[in-house]
Write a protein that binds this ligand. Structure first.
Ligand code: AMP
Ligand code: MG
Length: 494
């Protein structure tokens, strides 16, 4: 008989190298940890014993009540600008970094728990998470990964057997997630605001060693780190924009140095294209609206740059400001290029031509105010490439107002590139999803899960983790919300 031993080959660099940047901490005991969903494929990728962990032993570990051998659980310190206002101390108030493992591809990855109990950073919060938001983060994170968007991943959703007070009593749960690291802009801000240049330098060197080891030892490595983070964020937000994703809470503590999407709280996907779309109940002024996301990413990057000034040039402040400003000011152009390159792929265009940016902008202008389903449009464009423009036209309230003229421009543009229509359309279908976690489907899945029925969750997860390939039985999953679903509001993921 094979003995399954859920051993982790931990190698905890953060705990080892960054003392003073965290508090060693243990998760709270919970009455009855139960494994609800376990991501076996991801566990295998991490080199974990998936069979041994997919049960009570794994549930106890991922609830945080049992610390596996070799773990060095800790609560990370960080600060952050939340909706523009600075909090000098946030930190992991309900989360723990359990440890790091090296995955099958040689990449270092954090195993992290969200909802594992109070920590010294809880600031009066209960340290808990509840089932709905945990499953939401599981679904949306895995969907984003399948869409090719850099993101933290969901490893496990565990119920705790505890009732947690929110808006009424809710079932307690913990999400185990995996990230390239949990370094955030806010981690740097924590030490910058404390005027602790030694720790800040250690942190920056750690970030470089972990994410950009080719920069280590270079004299200009801190400026180079800034430009790398800029480029990663520009690429990330470009990808968000092109799948219609609204993060909802782009505070600097939710912006990673790695360039992965993190903290799926009040996020949502567009149905109808609307640049001003805001879903979060707490985003009253639309700071984090769909179309604002690139500008907010740049604003956050500027906050990151400020923390690095002393490292960029400790002797000549003016020079440091000039170099950092140049790096930050280039963000819009780099974002725009990252966006256009990917949009060309969505259009089925293989070559870059003058006029592509105008063509791209033309489509978004034509969509405005037309109630066009953002996801369906790109699949319908492939159908238009195959010769039938009716499905695309039907998505516009009034296609004559702008879309027809745009379509003629688009046809003329792709005719400049020799490619058979079928091949072009197939290339488009390989990058334009059919299935995204549409808000009404997510709500339906979470409601059923709270009533004990996981079937809608599993169906939706299966759809969105294989998002490009049409499958029978999932027709509903490719359609926008029915009219009676109404305007959608999300609540912060607590
Ligand atoms: P988030 O909005 O999830 O990114 O969290 C922002 C900050 O609030 C972080 O410092 C969290 O650790 C903290 N936080 C959120 N919910 C709780 C909670 N229930 N208990 C303690 N801290 C929390
Ligand atoms: Mg957060």
């Amino acid at each position: 008989m094979t003995r399954h031993d859920p051993t982790f080959a931990f190698d905890n660099s953060y705990a080892r190298e960054l003392d003073g940047l965290f508090v060693p901490w243990q998760g709270a005991a919970v009455p009855q940890p139960r494994m609800l969903r376990f991501n076996r494929a991801l566990a295998a990728e991490l080199g974990l014993d998936a069979a041994a962990l997919d049960g009570d032993a794994g549930a106890a570990i991922f609830a945080g009540s049992v610390s596996p051998d070799g773990a060095a659980p800790l609560a990370m310190a960080y600060a952050g600008h939340q909706f523009g206002g600075f909090s000098p101390q946030l930190g992991d108030g309900r989360a723990l970094l359990v440890g790091e493992v090296i995955d099958r591809h040689g990449r270092r990855r954090d195993i992290h728990l969200k909802g594992s109990g109070q920590t010294p950073f809880s600031r009066g919060g209960d340290g808990k998470a509840v089932l709905g938001p945990v499953l939401r983060e599981y679904l949306v994170g895995e969907a984003m990964h399948a869409l090719g968007v850099p993101t933290t991943r969901a490893l496990a959703a565990v119920t705790t057997g505890e009732e947690v007070r929110r808006d009424g009593m809710k079932p307690g749960a913990v999400l185990a997630r995996v990230a390239a690291s949990h370094l955030r802009v806010g981690t740097f801000q924590f030490f910058a605001v404390r005027d602790d240049p030694d720790k800040l330098r250690r942190l920056a060197d750690y970030a470089i060693a972990r994410h950009h080891p080719d920069l280590a030892g270079r004299d200009d490595r801190y400026l180079a780190l800034l430009t790398r983070v800029r480029d990663a964020q520009a690429a990330l937000v470009a990808q968000w924009m092109l799948v219609g994703f609204v993060h909802g809470v782009m505070n600097t503590d939710n912006m990673t140095i790695s360039g992965e999407t993190i903290d799926y709280g009040p996020c949502a996907f567009l149905d109808a294209y609307d640049p001003g779309a805001v879903f979060s109940s707490i985003d009253q002024f639309g700071r984090y609206a769909y179309a604002n996301q690139p500008a907010i990413a740049q604003w956050n990057l500027a906050r990151f740059a400020e923390t690095l000034l002393g490292l960029i040039d400790g002797a000549d402040r003016e020079r440091a400001v000039r170099l950092a400003s140049e790096a930050v000011n280039a963000f819009p152009q780099i974002y725009r290029e990252a966006w256009l390159v990917r949009l060309r792929g969505k259009f089925g265009l293989a070559e870059a031509r003058d006029g592509d940016a105008a063509l791209a902008d033309g489509l978004f202008q034509a969509m405005e105010g037309q109630g066009v389903d953002f996801t369906k449009l790109f699949r319908a464009l492939a159908t238009a490439v195959r010769g039938d423009a009716a499905p695309a036209r039907a998505l516009f309230a009034d296609p004559v107002a702008g879309f027809d003229a745009w379509l003629a421009r688009y046809r003329a543009r792709f005719a400049e590139e020799a490619m058979p229509a079928d091949a072009r359309a197939a290339a488009m279908d390989a990058v334009n999803p059919l299935y995204i976690p549409r808000n009404h489907l997510v709500e339906e899945a979470l409601e059923a899960a709270l009533a004990g029925d996981m079937a809608p969750f599993d169906r939706l997860l299966a759809a969105v983790t294989d998002p490009y390939r049409p499958r029978p039985g999932l027709e509903r999953h490719a359609e926008p919300a029915p009219a009676d679903f109404g305007p959608y509001t999300t609540f912060c993921g607590t």
